[in-house]
Design a protein around this ligand. Structure first.
Ligand SMILES: O=C(O)C(=O)[C@@H](O)CO
Ligand SMILES: [Mg+2]
Length: 258
């Protein structure tokens, strides 16, 4: 049975962020993920997790100026000092929340820019080393160019090549089924082939990014494949509910363990 994590950036957002933890637990989730915790103090986020009895599955390292349109800075030449400081900030939140994996957003820069490629690999190795010292994994996620035009890491094979080239055991692939289907398709075969490097899975319908099993993919078959392949990580529910979050949770009921 996959271990589902509610994505609190997209789900339960009928209420303020800090109230979403309890709502997720009330709905039956035992784990959560979100984009960023940085608007709240680490101990405040940790207290919400604890009070709701939830495990923190994932969040992202600081992404630069999100409000101004930045989508990560790992591949942006000249932003190295800011990136390295952001890793330390993320680790402060990791210690408070107990999360075991962090995602590093690349940024908006051409994928074939040599300086961007060098910056990205440098960032990954610096972050991986700092995370390894704390027992955490670093995740790299390809994101489709329709949702995020100009995003540096827009190809699963490139992500796999970077991971292989780094030769650092705690650098893993964040396999978002939604992005995979839009970029390449071939979800089940690639999931099996890439499973040895997968550190986190995310799910949403395609093309609308709504609840599982409401789009062109058979998400139940993907969940069954994850079980059959022995995937024991989390499956982040990174979808936008089509209506009120709780009204769309019928898909989850067969998977609840409590
Ligand atoms: O857009 C996605 O997909 C994500 O997983 C975001 O969290 C960007 O990291
Ligand atoms: Mg994702």
């Amino acid at each position: 049975m996959p271990r589902f994590a509610a994505n609190l950036t997209m789900m339960f957002n009928e209420r303020p962020f800090l109230d979403r933890f309890a709502a997720a637990a009330d709905a039956g989730f035992t784990a959560v993920e979100f984009l960023f915790p940085y608007d709240h103090a680490p101990d405040v986020v940790a207290a919400k997790l604890r009070a709701a009895g939830l495990t923190q599955a994932l969040f992202n390292m600081p992404p630069g100026d999100w409000a101004a349109g930045e989508r990560g800075i790992a591949a942006l030449p000249g932003r190295e000092a800011e990136f390295d400081a952001g890793v330390d900030t993320a680790l402060t939140y990791a210690e408070a929340t107990g999360v075991k994996r962090l995602h590093m957003m690349a940024g908006l820069v051409p994928a074939d820019d040599p300086a961007a490629n060098a910056a990205y690999r440098r960032a990954a190795s610096v972050a991986a080393e700092k995370l390894a010292a704390k027992g955490l994994d670093l995740l790299l996620e390809p994101i489709n160019g329709r949702d995020m035009p100009g995003y540096f890491l827009n190809d699963f094979d490139k992500a796999a090549e970077i991971i292989a080239g780094l030769k650092l055991p705690n650098v893993k692939l964040q396999y978002d089924v939604y992005h995979r289907q839009i970029i390449h398709g071939d979800v089940l075969v690639s999931l099996e082939a890439m499973l040895p490097i997968v550190g986190h899975v995310q799910i949403a319908s395609v093309p609308k990014r709504n609840e599982p099993n409401t789009g062109e993919l058979n998400d139940s078959a993907i969940f069954a494949a994850l079980d059959r392949l022995g995937y024991d990580g989390f499956v982040g529910c990174e979808y936008r509910p089509a209506g009120v979050t709780e009204d769309g949770l019928g898909w989850l009921q067969p998977h609840l363990t409590r």
